[in-house]
Structures are given as C-alpha cells and as structure tokens.
Design a protein around this ligand. Structure first.
Ligand SMILES: *Cc1c(COP(=O)(O)O)cnc(C)c1O
Length: 389
C-alpha cells in the first residue's frame, strides 16, 4: 500500500527530531556508563546528565538543581502531587487538595487516589465553558490547610490555556505550593518559571519532538517533596533509579530546539489550526468547537459533531489516511464520555462525538487541504448511515 498517510495527532505524541536522535546516539553503546559510577565511564555519563540539566534549567529560567529527571510526564505529575501533598501534611498538617476537573488523568486520578487511600480532602475547582479556571474562584476556595493546588497549563483535549501566572500568584500569597501540568503546553507556551510563579511544573519530552519515557519536574527551591520512587540517591534523593542518559540527553536537546524555534513553530501551527477551525465550523452543520476560540494551544483544533460516534469517525478517517484522536489518547476504546468534555457542559451523547486534530512541524497546507476535503464527506456519510448510534 503506498497511499499517503497524514499524521494529525501531535497532542498524542510527536516524532523524535532527527537532531535529537543524533544527540542521543553516542549514549547507548559508546558513552554507556552509569552516572553514579566513580570511574571514567561514570564521569562521562554524569557530565552528559549535568549538561542536560543545565540546558533544561536554561529553558525554564531556573537553577539546574531545581530540575529533576523522571520517567515520563505522568511520573512528574505524580511526584509533584503525591510528593507535595504528603510533605505538606507532614510539615503543616495540610490535607486539602485543589485541582480542576479538566486535568490529564495523571493528575486527576492521582488526586482521587490521594483522597481515596490517603485521606486527603479533594476539591475540584469550577471551570468555565472553555475549561478555564479563574483566579478568583481559586482565591475563594483555597484554605489555610490546602496542601497543594494543581491546574493544567494547556489542555490536551480541548486546547484551552489557563492563566497560570495569576493562579500561581493566588497560591504564593497564601504560601501554598502550586503545580502546573505543562506537558502539552511545553511545545508552544512560555516556560519561564519565574514569570509563571509556579513551584512545580511537569514536562515530558515526547510531546515536543523528544523521546518517549522521559520527563522532568521543576521543583522550586524550598518546595519539599516526599519521593514516590525510593532507592538510590539519584536526583537529589527524590527519584531513585539509574539515569537513562540517552533519554535525558534527548529531552534536553529537544527542549533546546523547541525553545529556539518556538515562535516560528507557533506561527506555522496557528495558520493551519485557524484554517481547520474556520473551515469545519462553517462547512459542517451542527458542529461546535470545544475549548477557547483564541486562548488555545497553537496547534490544537477540537470539535463535537451532533449525531456522530467518535470511534467510528476516527476509524473512518484512518481508512482515508488521516490520523486524528477522539478525546485524549489514553481513552481509546473507552465508551464513557470524557470528563473534560462533560465538565464544560457538553451533554453526554455529544461528548461521545469528540474529534481532536493537532498539527505539527511537518504538517503542510496540502495535508490540511486534503483533510478538509475528506472530513465533511465522512461526517455526512456517518450521519446518513442506517443504524448509526
Ligand atoms: C501526554 C500528557 C501527559 C502524560 O505524559 P506522558 O509522558 O505520556 O506520561 C500528562 N499531561 C498532559 C497534559 C499530557 O498531554
């Protein structure tokens, strides 16, 4: 089969940039040492890890010892939430967790686990119709015994961007640690932790053209965490496990490249995204954009379609050669509607029709043209099919 295929699912994952793969290559079989070893090989590996830490720190405008390498974005979210919640309870007796209903499951399920098994009191912040949290609502709900607040930066399902700096300021005034899940935002939005005023921030390399299986957590000096993965003293005693040097080098290199070309990437993404949004909302009847119309990730378009089943839609688009997503990638095959969509007031049945289209660096005008040609036909066909759900 030689039919062209078009990848429009960059929110699920991105390909490794060839420059990143090249930077990683020497650390598999040549400079293979364990950074914890005292000899030549160990030192060589340790140098690569510490150079990578400095690169990441530079991109986030923080000190190198405020960066921890983890196994993925999900692990960063886990360490931030569990680590801060448990440390705040130990130090201050704080047992209240505030987060939003539109978080990635790595945050939301972790918060529920802390409530169900560790006796934390979990409260979900209200969100508006676009899935945004208001600083005012946060100020109304934060308590003297709030242990940690976590709000997503750029939403993976609906693209909306939260006012992180304002939310973090509310927390700083009350002395409560603030975490943001920036895993989806990192490919496009400013990551200066000083400006953002965050205490904890999660990123994961595979969302910005780096390898899978590696993440980082920014931890502001003075923010105490109890480790979730214990063992050797790696990562300042906060994340045990022998460093994956090639993956760490890959994360740093992909973040360096992303920071460097962010503005150009965003311009490219935004042109394509806006064409998709305007074409779909004008040419396909009974369609709604989900998430904020302007304050959204530059590469992200998401919709719901009346009388369409998302799983059938994704399968039909795949047959036509287009790879898109319904809600978040982790939900494939799950018949329950996305909590993110129901929490912004989308009715259950409509929430089962969600389509997410996310463009990337290599997406072309022609790719988008071809997609915009096919999508209305596919939707019309599904709507007229007998026995449709
Ligand atoms: C992808 C994603 C995660 C999970 O990151 P992994 O590296 O895949 O574990 C967490 N939060 C958001 C917003 C994401 O988009």
């Amino acid at each position: 089969m030689n039919r062209e295929r078009t990848y429009l699912d960059h929110a699920a994952t991105t390909p490794v940039d060839p420059r990143v793969a090249a930077a990683m290559q020497p650390y598999f079989s040549e400079a293979f040492g364990n950074p914890s070893s005292a000899h030549y090989w160990g030192q060589q590996a340790e140098e690569a890890v510490e150079k990578s830490r400095r690169t990441v720190a530079q991109a986030l405008n923080c000190a190198p010892d405020e960066i921890l390498f983890t196994g993925c974005g999900s692990e960063s979210d886990n360490l931030a939430l569990r680590g801060a919640a448990l440390a705040q309870r130990r130090e201050h007796g704080a047992d209240h967790i505030l987060t939003s209903p539109v978080e990635h499951q790595a945050v939301l399920h972790t918060a529920h686990l802390l409530a169900d098994h560790f006796d934390f009191d979990l409260e979900l912040l209200p969100v508006d119709q676009y899935g945004k949290v208001s600083p005012r609502d946060l100020a109304d709900r934060i308590k003297p015994h709030t242990a940690v607040v976590s709000v997503i930066y750029g939403n993976n399902e609906i693209g909306s961007i939260n006012p992180i700096q304002e939310l973090a300021s509310v927390c700083r005034q009350r002395g409560v640690p603030f975490h943001t899940d920036a895993v989806q935002a990192a490919s496009q939005l400013p990551l200066d932790v000083d400006q953002l005023k965050v205490d904890l921030m999660s990123i994961g390399a595979h969302k910005f053209y780096g390898p899978k299986g590696i993440g980082a957590l920014y931890v502001r000096k003075g923010t105490n965490l109890i480790p979730t993965l214990s063992g050797g003293g790696q990562e300042f005693g906060l994340r045990a496990g022998t460093h994956s040097v090639p993956l760490i080098v890959g994360l740093a290199e992909s973040l360096r490249i992303t920071s460097q070309q962010r503005n150009a990437d965003n311009l490219h993404f935004q042109t394509l995204r806006d064409r998709i949004i305007s074409s779909v909302t004008t040419n396909i009847p009974n369609t709604r954009l989900t998430g904020h119309p302007q304050q959204r990730l530059h590469n992200h378009a998401s919709f719901v379609f009346e009388d369409v089943d998302a799983n059938t839609l994704i399968a039909s688009l795949d047959l036509e050669g287009f790879a898109c997503a319904s809600a978040s990638a982790c939900k494939t095959g799950d018949p329950t509607p996305s909590e993110v969509l129901t929490s912004i007031g989308i009715p259950r049945q409509l929430a089962l029709s969600a389509l997410r289209v996310t463009v990337g660096r290599t997406t072309t005008d022609q790719d988008v043209d071809a997609f915009l040609d096919v999508l209305p036909q596919v939707i019309a066909r599904l709507r007229s099919a007998p026995g449709r759900t």
